[in-house]
Design a protein around this ligand. Structure first.
Ligand code: AHR
Length: 328
């Protein structure tokens, strides 16, 4: 009884500490940046979230009259380095870099800096020195992991054997979400990760990895899946159904992104919670570049936040997000 009370106090503290705040990042195009030539190196097309984020940047650039040189790295850092070199050769006014992985950027960022081109790091982080880029526009991935774990601790009264589906190895999104999640479950002796496997943020991989796990682990022992993104969770849902189990009931599921398809899965009772990662990072990124070019101070981290969503609001969220993605 006493330990239950302790858990519930811990949970209350976690929720309060994290301050479930919602900051809407509203696009206000009004032509800021019109005429600029900006290079954008994007990770790839690994997830629905990524595709929607690309759409946000392209649309924002178009509305502002910015000439955007777009490069899809197909999940490969080498391609990103080549793209950055080509942006230097094309004398862009600024570069937006969404890095696949965290390390290995110092040299190319030094070359970009020597060419006098400001860089905005967007979404995932880099380990390079902060002086090598103007700012970073991103969510706090550690907080996302904490939110997911706090919900799971509450839903299971702090007793749960967890399967973790990891995002791309070496990416800050995967690493930091893991750190945040593990930090919270460490407060609950009854919560353990029993298997952790990477699925590169891809739906097909989520399914394949989960199929394997259901063969090596006793499914009755698995209380929940913690998936670093919605796409891998959706793949795992398929695998669980094909194994004759009920996702969202026999095995709880929490993931990150808040894409339309995950709300559809919630409506079908197949998943339980998703932490939102906003795709609306184009406006703050372009505004930071324009501010800098106008000689204004730009903070080193422009933080984008989102909430955590449950089946209760899945119908509205699905409609809203579907409409938004159709209009992009
Ligand atoms: O870097 C953010 C992650 O990358 C998203 O959560 C995932 O869907 C994407 O591929």
């Amino acid at each position: 009884m006493q330990s239950l009370r302790r858990y519930s106090l811990q949970l209350t503290a976690i929720w309060l500490l994290m301050g479930i705040a919602f900051f809407a990042t509203t696009a206000h195009a009004d032509g800021r940046g019109s005429g600029l030539k900006i290079g954008f190196s994007q990770v790839g097309t690994e997830s629905d979230w990524r595709t929607a984020f690309t759409e946000n940047i392209l649309q924002e650039a178009q509305e502002r009259g910015i000439q955007l040189l777009f490069s899809d790295a197909e999940n490969n850092q080498e391609n990103q380095i080549t793209a950055l070199r080509s942006f230097i050769d094309q004398h862009v006014d600024a570069i937006i870099l969404a890095p696949v992985i965290e390390t290995g950027w110092d040299q190319i960022l030094r070359q970009v800096q020597a060419a006098g081109i400001p860089v905005v790091i967007i979404d995932r982080n880099v380990t390079a020195d902060e002086s090598l880029y103007l700012t970073r526009v991103s969510s706090d991935f550690v907080r996302e992991g904490r939110l997911a774990a706090a919900w799971l601790a509450q839903a299971t009264a702090g007793v749960c054997k967890i399967v973790e589906l990891e995002g791309t190895v070496g990416s800050s999104a995967a690493r930091d979400r893991q750190i945040g999640f593990n930090e919270v479950i460490a407060l609950f002796p009854g919560m353990q990760i029993i298997v952790s496997q990477p699925g590169d943020f891809m739906r097909a991989n989520g399914k394949k990895v989960m199929e394997g796990i259901l063969k090596t682990e006793d499914p009755n022992e698995i209380c929940a899946i913690w998936s670093h993104n919605d796409d891998m969770a959706l793949g795992a849902i398929q695998a669980i159904k094909e194994a004759g189990l009920r996702p969202g009931k026999d095995i709880l599921i929490v993931s990150v992104d808040a894409i339309p398809d995950i709300f559809k899965a919630m409506l079908d009772g197949d998943t339980n919670a998703t932490v939102e990662l906003s795709t609306k990072m184009g406006a703050p990124a372009f505004d930071a570049i324009v501010d800098h070019l106008e000689g204004k101070e730009v903070p080193k981290w422009i933080r984008i936040t989102g909430g955590i969503f449950f089946p209760e609001t899945a119908a509205q969220e699905y409609e809203k997000r579907k409409r938004q993605s159709d209009s992009q």
